[in-house]
Design a protein around this ligand. Sequence first.
Ligand code: SAM
Length: 286
Amino acid sequence: MDNSSQNWLHENFTHTGSAFGLRIKRKLEEVQSPFQKIEMYESTDWGNVMLIDGAMMVTTRDNFFYHEMMAHAPLFTHPNPKNVVIIGGGDCGTLREVLRHPGVVTAVQCDIDEQVTRMAEKYFPELCESNNDPRATVMFDDGIAYMQNAPAGSIDVIIVDSTDPVGPAEGLFNQAFYENCLKALRPDGLLVQQSESPLALMHLILEMRNAMRDAGFKDFRVLPFPQPCYPTGWWSCLIASKQSRDLASFRKADAAAKSFETNYYTADVHQGALAMPPLIERALKD
Ligand code: SAM
């Protein structure tokens, strides 16, 4: 086992008493934006690595788990998604997946920090390959303000692809923000948000679900999935519906017949993610 520290990058997760490490070739760049510190490294085996304020965000090797589940699970759950808004998502990987859906007419990505996207363009060009799609709008603003000003009933799916609920992202995890999301959604609209690790932060998932319910959302579903470079390696997204509906039901035939390649998401993987582990079911039971 090569534990020589000089060429390893470790992220220590204080709230789980665990860590994740990658063997590193070199540091590529570091930028201090008005909002956060963004670091880029080249690893020996996982491609490039982006950290924001010391937290691993994206690696070339494993980002597909997250981007595919955050995009395809909600879009195949919605009956006919045309207008999608991504809050955060500055690495542009979620936007790329959303735009694979031919029925999507507009996809807006609103990230507070332009520097994240500029760094992604340099070191993750493959994630930015759809940024010039005529349906895409890549803009830079606080997602809280974006939702405050979004016209009522104008969006089919809102994807909150933000950093952890601290710093600039803190305001994306509360009832006031969810109330603005609810207003901006059409009646059959869906909100999906990255909801951290069920193993380490189940209480946060419960708090998010309760705040969304207090904001007026009707039904909820937690979809767990692997995400190796995130704390514990077991991640999740939380889907909420504006009107009452069965979120265990999705356009399975459409997902099975999808016209695009994926590395992780399939109709069967989606079906599997709907099988609720008792750990999550117990925690979410009122
Ligand atoms: N997959 C990552 C995760 O689960 O932690 C998130 C990736 S993406 C890089 C996170 C983005 O959220 C960052 O680019 C950050 O700038 C953005 N962000 C944080 N707070 C925000 C806010 N209030 N409005 C818009 N974007 C925000």
